[in-house]
Design a protein around this ligand. Sequence first.
Ligand code: F6R
Ligand code: MG
Ligand code: MG
Length: 372
Amino acid sequence: MKTTLTVIKADIGAVGGHLKPSEAVLNRVKEYVNLEGGGLVIDSYVSYTGDDIAILMSHQKGVGDSDIHRLAWEAFREGTEIAKEEGLYGAGQDLLKDSFAGNVRGLGPAVAEIEFEERPNEPFLLFAADKTEPGAYNLPLYLAFADPMHCPGLMLSPSMAQGFTFTILDVSYTEGDRVIELNAPEDLYDLAALLRDTHRFVIKSIRSRTTGEECVAVSTTRLHNIAGKYVGKDDPVMIVRVQSQFPATGEVLSPFAIAPYVSGDCRGSHNVAFMPTKVNEPVAWFDGPALVSCLAFCVHNGRLTEPVDVFAHSFWDVIREKATQKTLEIRRQGFVGPAMVGFEELEYGGITERLARLDEKFRVLQPSGSEG
Ligand code: F6R
Ligand code: MG
Ligand code: MG
């Protein structure tokens, strides 16, 4: 029997702005999953990163199962009731539709899931990010699954020698899921050409070319495509199976030490460094910084071990310091050039109206000598 790991996350309201969910909301979500999940999920774990709550569930119902999705949807609805009672900011903000139609895709919450035959030991990582977009994982995944500078296993381990297949989604296409599959190492330059554009081309999944097994699943929701207007960044979650025929935990974590620049932060409109953080941490500065947490588990017969909060280790204090410095440095130039995201990603409507008004005031100068 196969095991499925499903993580569904949503922002259903936060204390003090877009900072963190309240204890009462979290407790209600946990309570609902525990009470109503009996007989459906084998195990679950609820945590938060910034203002987003992630519900991790292990079960045997496969990917896209409507009962599993409904459980998370209803848990978020219950949590939203508490958020409204407490007057939390943005109560229910990611629940963009009123009714559940079999799957949370297209309703607002983000989902990542993988079904697999459990190995005798099955370690995996759950990543959750706040104040950024799914493309924020492009660089760390590229480096962990295609670059021996971060993943020496690619050259040292026979079980990884054939490399990995990346499935990349064009998130700007709204008619359906427009995907391309590229193989590392042969297609490295094609991969790079797409992955550089983190707003448009997003790694959706990765599988081993040695065994054909899927080992990475990323949530690729574009809230903007669902709501038709800016409703916050998409704050992605991701599951990564690790070790043996897949990169080691350390190889997957290695690129996060770069604290790469990603888009998000205040009003989803700025480029800042991606800060690795403990789980259950609020955002702190300029509605950010963009945060990423990582919980490491093993799953056995569907049962989860207790997690290791990977970025809580003191090693990451130095990286947090670096991320702070990188963020402060780019923030010093405010709205100018690469400090703010490009026009396409500036989804607050105000600037469009402002530019349209200014556009009418532009005039084309005549070549010198032809005037007067
Ligand atoms: C970023 C984010 C916040 C808000 C900002 C304004 O993803 O959620 O930076 O964009 O606090 O929020 P509103 O428009 O709700 O006042
Ligand atoms: Mg939010
Ligand atoms: Mg958020």
